[in-house]
Design a protein around this ligand. Sequence first.
Ligand code: KG4
Ligand code: ZN
Length: 352
Amino acid sequence: MSSEPLVLGIETSCDETGVALVRGRELLGQAVASSVEEHARFGGVVPEVASRAHLEAMLPTLRRALDDAGAGLPEVDVVAVTAGPGLAGALMVGVAAAKALALALDVPLYGVNHLDAHVAVALLTGGPLPDPALALLVSGGHTELLLVRDGARDVTVLGQTLDDAAGEAFDKVARLLGLPYPGGPHLQRAAEGGDAGAVRFPRGLTAAHDLRRHPHDFSFSGLKTAVARHVQAVERAGGEVAVPDVAASFQESVADVLSAKTVAATREHGVTTVLLGGGVAANSRVRSLLTQRCEAAGLELRVPPVSLCTDNGAMVAALAAQVLRDGGVPSGLDLGADPGLPAGTVHVPAAR
Ligand code: KG4
Ligand code: ZN
């Protein structure tokens, strides 16, 4: 194991600056800086603010990750970075930093895919992935059902959100209910004393005709609108919105749709293992309903610790370490940030 190269992973696709050191399947150290508080007053991630925050956080976060791993820069054998998908300006900061480090250290550079990296992080905690597996990624930026074959080497998008991401829906509904940003954790707390059956909110893309066209896709904007209408109707009638009940009922709709569609996709594709990732994986109701339905369907559910579910450098290094084991060709120093990099492109090899 110790003969495997020391990989430095850098992640800057959204609002977290992540740096980590991985050797093989072992996470040696990591650090994450988040600009989430700087976006709070805007109620969502502002790309220019995120880019500047990455620039300011890059060197201190690199230093913290190296200290955490007890390693020095000269020991780094490979530099890996998220090449996409993500916010263009934010990605560019990470790619530029990774190129500078690779050049200065005279080591190979690997540009990897952010979505595939979310899947590959499971290698650090649960060992090799069964083939095939299904990954449900739910965060402020994405909601995807991915079919994962050959241990994260081959990733296909089965479905994704047609509008808002699941975390984005939490954030927007929290705002409607007067809760702070980021809304997910606040909404979950508000829901604790609520009745999840109080309001029957819609379950996006689950009607028979929607399922025919979009079996594995998601939609949360209708749910958000339904919550807004409910709030307006109560207020217009001079009543007071029962925040815990509305929060719990909204959360129930999201957890219900995510878990039902995940289990249905496993059946269709003969999968027995489900991976959960993304910031919304921290939601206790999403976890409990998914756990319950996976158990009932005889499925194994793998959920990495929350610190590895949200954006981080370890997932980038974990995927690059796997690409290295497979003899993948490094990226060139002309590697560019690709905001629309498709999940099928696990890494970006240099043009020959
Ligand atoms: O993966 P992540 O940290 O960042 C990106 O989106 O890239 O995910 C953040 C999202 C936010 O939308 C936040 O509201 C949501 O994850 N989130 C939650 C919870 N904790 C974080 N949503 C629901 N329940 C939670 N406990
Ligand atoms: Zn992500």
